[in-house]
Design a protein around this ligand. Sequence first.
Ligand code: ZN
Length: 327
Amino acid sequence: MFRAALRHIRFLNSFADRVCAIASGMRAAAAMALLAIAAGCATPSGVGGAPGSVGALGESVSGRRDAAPFLAGSSVVALSTPGGGTPDDAFNVVFVADEGAYGDLSIAANFDRFAAEARAVIEDGFRQVDGLRLNETLLHFYVLKATGRVMGGACPGNLRFPDEVIERDSLFADAFIILHNREDVRDCADTGTRYGSAGVRREGGALVRKTGVAVHEALHAIFLLPDEYPENGGMWPTDPPVVFRNRSACESYRRDTLRITTPAECRRLRDFRGEVWWQADFRPFTPDIMDPPSPFDRIVQFGPADWRRARAVMRATGASVVDPAIP
Ligand SMILES: [Zn+2]
C-alpha cells in the first residue's frame, strides 16, 4: 500500500448490507469519498442481487495506515520492486505456492522452482501489459516461503492460504495469487479477501501455466475491475464505470467519455447471478484484460474503460501515472 498519502485502499467484496456496514464504520477521512462505491448504500437493490446474495462490491479510501509494517527477513521475499522503495510505495502482489505443485518450500530446489515460475508470470504476464509496464514502479511482487493449497470444489472457497503467514507478514499485500498445477479447477478471484488463483492447462503432453489468468485475477483485486466476458463472470459497478446496468448509459459513456468511434454498440453481458450488464469496452475483435481470449495464456491489454478505472485507483495514491496507447 502507498506511503505517500497514507491511504489504505480496501476492496470489499461482500453482501450489500455488509459492504454498507463496513463503509459506515470507517473513519470519515477526506479521501474516503474519492473512490467511494458507485453502487450506493442507500439503494442496495440498485446493485442487483437480493439481500443476502453476493450483490455488491465496495471500495473506500481511508486514512488508515497499513496494519503491519513490512519487515525484511520475514517469510516474504521480494522478487521485483522496480524503482526501489517499500511496499508502502506500491501495489503489492504476493505469489503463494500450492504445496501440491511445489512441495515443501524449505527444500531449496522447490523454492527456487516456485520463485522461477513466479518470475516468469511477472515477465511474461504483468510486464506485457502496457499500462502496467509503463507504471512498473507502482507494482511490486513478492513470494511467500509458506505454502497454501488449492482444493477441489468451487473457487474461491477451494483456496487455502497460510493464515499465520498472511496475518503476520503479508498485510501489506493488495493481491495474493496462488500458483497451482491443477487442471480441474476454474481459477477465480475473491476481491474481498484479495485472493486469486492461477493454474495450468495441458498443451500436448505439457502443462502450460495460464499466465494471463494470473494477471486477470490480480487486476480484479487491485483495481476492482469486473469481468467483461459474455456469460457467468463477476460484474459490479465501479467508479469510473466499466460495465453498466442499462444500455443507454453505457452507450453515452462509450460515445461521450471513451470516445469509441467503432460502429459496434455496447455488448450485453450476463453475470453469474443471471443479471444483465452492458460492456462499454466492446470493440469488434479486440479482447481486453478482463475479457481474455481462450486459452487464457495470451496477454491482452486494458480496454478504455478498464484503463480509466485503473488510472483512477493509481492516481488516488498521489502517484503520477503514464497512459498507455489504448487500441
Ligand atoms: Zn475474472
